[in-house]
Write a protein that binds this ligand. Structure first.
Ligand SMILES: Nc1ncnc2c1ncn2[C@@H]1O[C@H](COP(=O)(O)OP(=O)(O)OP(=O)(O)O)[C@@H](O)[C@H]1O
Ligand SMILES: [Mg+2]
Length: 540
């Protein structure tokens, strides 16, 4: 009955009708509305006799060339008012190009959306999709596991994401700076936390996720800790660390012995390491084992004067050690200086962390809790790369092992993990990517761990990684290269590029790929007190 009523309603408000086109070449609709009232990216429905067809508007065009004398000059003034209006309405109708995406069987109310393999009838009416259409395609908003991420741009119908699907593959949130990607990632993260479908770990380089923040218009943007006080554990780097004056739940200190040689070598550019670094670190691990860094930095740069007045390396000095293991004193000394002053002096690098360093994060995650590491004032590129790699390597190793155990004995299914990284291009950069994050973005799902990449420069991320990203949440990207990179590997790329290049710069996102049945434009859900209260009220 509801369906019937809606159809009656539809009969009153079509925005146009199909006049040409096909499945492969897109449909063309002539419009009964002003060309300014239909934007690219609008989600429309075209009810046929057997199916309802869903499509995105990819272009809107004037109907030039039909009757040249009407096209060359406005008809107003040349024709009586009523006739002019009629010519405008009937003859100069604008046209829309529609990318057909999905269809639903008319008979089976509960049928699943299918790919389009048949053509809507000629002159089939075209409507803006209504709330019921959006629910049938994207899921019922009240179903557990479905989470409203935003609203359709035109009519504000809520659009749900199936979180259990979303978290099975990696997701990218891309937009130019200020586009709203971090806030939208936080909205989605709140959905995952509230659903309990995965543990989450956020590397919050700019301290935007954990604690409340204030927007440019002085509105409070709630942080995850105040939305989920009992489920989120905040960490900050180093003893006595605070984030905007707030004490975190825990502090994170990293033991020198936790640093793997590869984690230093990955920072080749940041630390300006030379080619000989690998040789020196190899010799250090032979001499000192797991404590290679701690013991290296305990060496001094002292030399002693011998009897003949020449300087000779003193025992316990870098030079003495380099000579003893027959490696270049210059290379060893250069590396010592870099590590001593750029790593050894970081206040969160310690001989013995209290308590348990990165292990305490893993314990939280395994218990299904949610961790936000706020970098606070330690947000230099070296801090970000170092901590991200150390934490990422250790966490991923645990999830990899658990997944392997599960595959061999099928006993305990590992808890799913979502790892969120801001400024992801720094970890997934072309030619200098961090192996652990590359693996997580491409194959993490095998280990029950997936990566959420939040970034403003997708063109700097390796194309191999981009093509493997499951779901894209794409806001306005002002740079052509970023636009191209953001849509790598998506079906219907050219059309999506057109939509994306015309998208509004703030708060509107195109969601496409694995996590949604079909691409859709949404206005982000807003993070405010109302959102916070809703999240709090839904907690068990
Ligand atoms: N969903 C939202 N809820 C609340 N505020 C928002 C939302 N989206 C955007 N904003 C506002 O817009 C500002 C910019 O959003 P955001 O920090 O997410 O941008 P960004 O794309 O991550 O930018 P950058 O690349 O500089 O980090 C926020 O500080 C906030 O004031
Ligand atoms: Mg941001």
């Amino acid at each position: 009955m509801k369906f019937l009523l809606r159809r009656v309603n539809e009969m009153e408000h079509p925005i146009g009708k199909i006049i040409s086109g096909g499945i492969a070449r897109h449909l063309i609709a002539s419009l009964d509305i002003n060309s300014e009232r239909l934007e690219t990216g609008t989600f429309i429905v075209c009810p046929g006799t057997l199916r309802r067809y869903y499509a995105l508007v990819v272009d809107v065009m004037h109907n030039a060339g039909l009757v040249p004398e009407f096209v060359d000059q406005p008809v107003e003034g040349r024709l009586p008012v009523n006739l002019a209006a009629r010519v405008n309405r009937k003859v100069l109708k604008p046209k829309a190009e529609l990318m057909l995406n999905l269809c639903l069987d008319n008979d089976a109310i509960n049928s699943l959306p299918q790919p389009v393999t048949a053509l809507p009838p000629m002159h089939a009416p075209v409507y803006l999709a209504d709330a019921q259409d959006i629910e049938r395609i994207f899921g019922v908003t009240t179903k557990p596991g479905n989470f409203v991420i935003g609203y359709t741009r035109e009519q504000g119908h809520p659009v749900a994401l199936d979180l259990s699907k979303l978290i099975k593959r990696s997701t990218a949130f891309f937009s130019s700076t200020g586009g709203g990607k971090s806030q939208l990632a936080k909205v989605a993260l709140a959905g995952v936390i509230q659903s309990g479908l995965a543990a989450t770990l956020t590397l919050d380089f700019h301290s935007e996720y954990g604690f409340d923040d204030v927007s440019e218009s002085n509105a409070v943007i709630p942080g995850l800790k105040s939305m989920f006080p009992n489920r989120v554990t905040t960490f900050a780097l180093g003893k006595n660390a605070t984030v905007r004056g707030i004490k975190p739940d825990r502090i994170l200190e990293i033991a020198m012995s936790e640093i793997q040689p590869s984690e230093i070598l990955q920072m080749q550019d940041l630390l300006a390491l030379t080619e000989n670094t690998a040789t020196v670190i190899g010799a250090l691990t032979k001499s000192y084992g797991a404590n290679w860094l701690r013991d290296f930095l305990r060496l001094t740069r002292n030399s002693e004067n011998s009897e003949d007045g020449k300087k000779t390396p003193a025992p316990g000095s870098v030079e003495f050690w380099a000579n003893s293991v027959k490696i270049s004193v210059i290379s060893a000394s250069a590396l010592w200086s870099k590590l001593k002053y750029r790593i050894g002096r970081l206040p969160y690098m310690v001989d013995q962390p209290t308590p348990n360093g990165v292990q305490s994060i893993i314990t939280e995650l395994k218990a299904g809790r949610h961790v936000v590491i706020s970098f606070g004032e330690h947000d230099s590129p070296i801090d970000c790369a170092l901590v991200a790699n150390i934490v990422g390597n250790q966490v991923a190793a645990v999830w990899e092992q658990d997944a392997e155990n599960y595959r061999s004995n099928q006993k305990v299914e590992p808890r799913r993990l979502v790892l969120v990284v801001e400024e992801a291009h720094k970890l997934l950069m072309k030619g200098a990517d961090s192996p652990v994050y590359t693996r997580l973005s491409r194959e993490g799902r095998k280990d029950f761990a997936t990566l959420w990449i939040v970034d403003q420069r997708p063109s700097e991320i390796s194309p191999e990684v981009l093509s493997q990203v499951g779901t894209r949440v794409l806001g306005w990207l002002g740079n052509e290269n970023d636009l191209d990179a953001a849509i790598i590997g998506l079906p219907g790329r050219d059309m999506l590029r057109r939509i994306l290049s015309n998208i509004q710069p703030n708060g509107v996102f195109l969601i496409a790929g694995y996590g949604v049945p079909t691409p859709i434009l949404v206005k982000s859900r807003w993070l405010d007190d109302k959102f916070k209260e809703e999240m709090r009220s839904l907690q068990p």
